[in-house]
Design a protein around this ligand. Structure first.
Ligand code: 13P
Length: 341
């Protein structure tokens, strides 16, 4: 596999100010979101929801790549077209989540290590055959009393680099996702400190394992105060802290950074990404984009609720959020034209 294939795919994913759509929820996570809205937790309902997304008119105006779950990559539209093919035909690059989930880390209560390396080379070859051109792996870091441990940061960084090297060997662009969670009551400063440490360790491992930085994308958390923090910093403070943290830890060779939303409201995620690009965009070495799941899907899911009569309305809401985030990439998102923050 040539380096050019990887750099071309990485560039295509974020070209024309587009972002990525994460629609790779595991069955358990997808079912949890469905249950909260009274949607049946069945394979058929998951397929219907994914078809609504993949066939949304105009989605490819703002979305350059979509990350699928294993089940979805093997499913088809009602017309019998595999989802990966339907996405590619719409001009959206299909990708696949390849980790098998965050599992308890031995000897470290409250912490996890993400699994899925055994047999990954063979799975990547199969996924490439099914049309995937990029992949995703999420490591999870919790902040709490005495957390994160050095061990948790190290094992997750090591696994992310092993995954990334295997992806590049298979010709797939790795999306490297070390997520520092926003659960808890820690401050923005604490999130900045932990995120910087996690990114440093992750890039040290990527370098040690020979990963081509030009042929990967980083999917980090924004630097935020925790959900229950006493002080909720404003949009500008979050934008400044996030960009400052990335400048200190992400090599300029990486072509793009595509944030996860992590439980922020859809509007706040757009406003914060917009502020980063408006305040710093042109001076940054990498594109600052999005790879949101909840912050793009949730408003549409709440409209759909499993009702076939609401497909078109939900598709419009989905495409609207994707467009808001494309505008945020350009620094032209205007929160006054959006629902309240
Ligand atoms: P959220 O944007 O909902 O955090 O999901 C992104 C993602 O892909 C998590 O792995």
């Amino acid at each position: 596999m040539t380096a050019k294939t990887l750099t071309d795919t990485a560039a295509a994913l974020l070209a024309a100010d587009k972002g990525l759509l994460a629609m790779d929820e595991s069955n358990a996570t997808c079912n949890k979101r469905f249950a909260a809205l009274g949607i049946p937790q069945t394979e058929a309902a998951r397929r219907d929801w994914r078809e609504l997304i993949v066939t949304a008119p105009g989605l490819s105006d703002s979305i350059g790549g979509a990350i699928l779950f294993d089940e979805t990559l093997r499913q088809t539209t009602h017309a019998g077209v595999p989802f990966a093919q339907a996405l590619a035909a719409a001009g959206i690059v299909p990708g696949i989540k390849v980790d098998t989930g965050a599992k308890p880390l031995a000897g470290h209560p409250g912490e996890t290590v993400t699994e899925g390396l055994d047999g990954l080379r063979e799975r990547l070859a199969e996924y490439a055959g099914l049309g995937a051109r990029f992949a995703k792996w999420r490591g999870v870091i919790a902040i709490g009393a005495g957390l994160p441990s050095r061990a948790c940061i190290r094992v997750n960084a090591h696994a992310l680099a092993r995954y990334a090297a295997l992806c590049q060997e298979a010709g797939l662009v790795p999306i490297v996702e070390p997520e520092v969670l926003m659960d808890g009551d820690h401050s923005l400063a604490r999130c900045a400190e932990v995120t910087e440490e996690v990114l440093h360790r992750t890039f040290a491992e990527l370098r040690a394992q020979g990963v081509l930085l030009e042929g990967m994308l980083l999917k980090p958390n924004m630097v935020l105060p925790a959900q229950n923090a006493a002080v909720q910093d404003d949009v500008a403070a979050v934008a400044d802290a996030t960009v400052h943290c990335l400048l200190r830890s992400v090599p300029a060779a990486v072509p793009g950074v595509a944030f996860l939303s992590g439980g922020q409201s859809a509007q706040l995620a757009s406003a914060r990404l917009n502020a980063m690009n408006a305040r710093f965009g042109a001076g940054l070495p990498w594109a600052l984009s999005f790879s949101f799941s909840r912050a793009v899907q949730q408003p549409a899911l709440e409209l759909w609720k499993g009702d076939p009569a609401r497909v078109s309305e939900a598709q419009k809401a989905l495409v609207f959020r994707a467009r808001c985030n494309r505008a945020a990439r350009r620094g032209t998102y205007d929160a006054r034209n959006d629902a309240p923050l």
